[in-house]
Design a protein around this ligand. Sequence first.
Ligand code: GDP
Ligand code: MG
Length: 173
Amino acid sequence: MAEKRKVCVLGATGVGKTSLVARFARSIFSESYLTTIGVTIETRRVRCDDRELDLLLWDLSGEDEFQDVQISYVRGAAGLLLVIDGTRRFTVETGLRLHAAARATAGELPSVVALNKADLTAAWEIDEAAEARLRRAGLLVTRTSAKTGAGVEGAFSALARAMLGSDAPLWRG
Ligand code: GDP
Ligand code: MG
């Protein structure tokens, strides 16, 4: 049996949380914008060094995305994937606020940022100063495109690696 780890995917509405999870768990991408209310959980097994991990990917959706992270959602998480839309600068602020709320509840969890929509280079709004700010907040910054798949494996692997190296909780749910 592979070990299980719960990962919460955080970020403003429309940054690509659901798309990244779908790309990573099911290798699909859709242009259609479906906002569902609630939490969707997808799983994927990853190999990290000599260990296998089942990642339980919790994707929060709907109105709550803009509110502070609900305690019940981040409880038991071993890692956080913070998604920022590289074409909308304000999603850095939203992301950092959500991340702070998650940490206040769940503690100092390994956290990786996905600067998503990296395929849309002409509309890119994130500069080096914004990236430096994210790193100062203790975040490992990666670039992803759920559309092309670029960087997606790398972002989740980096998080898996960070979780294995930490004493964050094992999921026993
Ligand atoms: P969520 O609200 O954070 O779950 O965002 P969604 O996954 O629903 O994505 C919002 C919109 O952005 C959808 O129309 C997606 O097709 C689009 N989208 C998500 N990721 C990417 C990406 O990497 N590149 C591009 N071009 N569009 C994306
Ligand atoms: Mg969504």
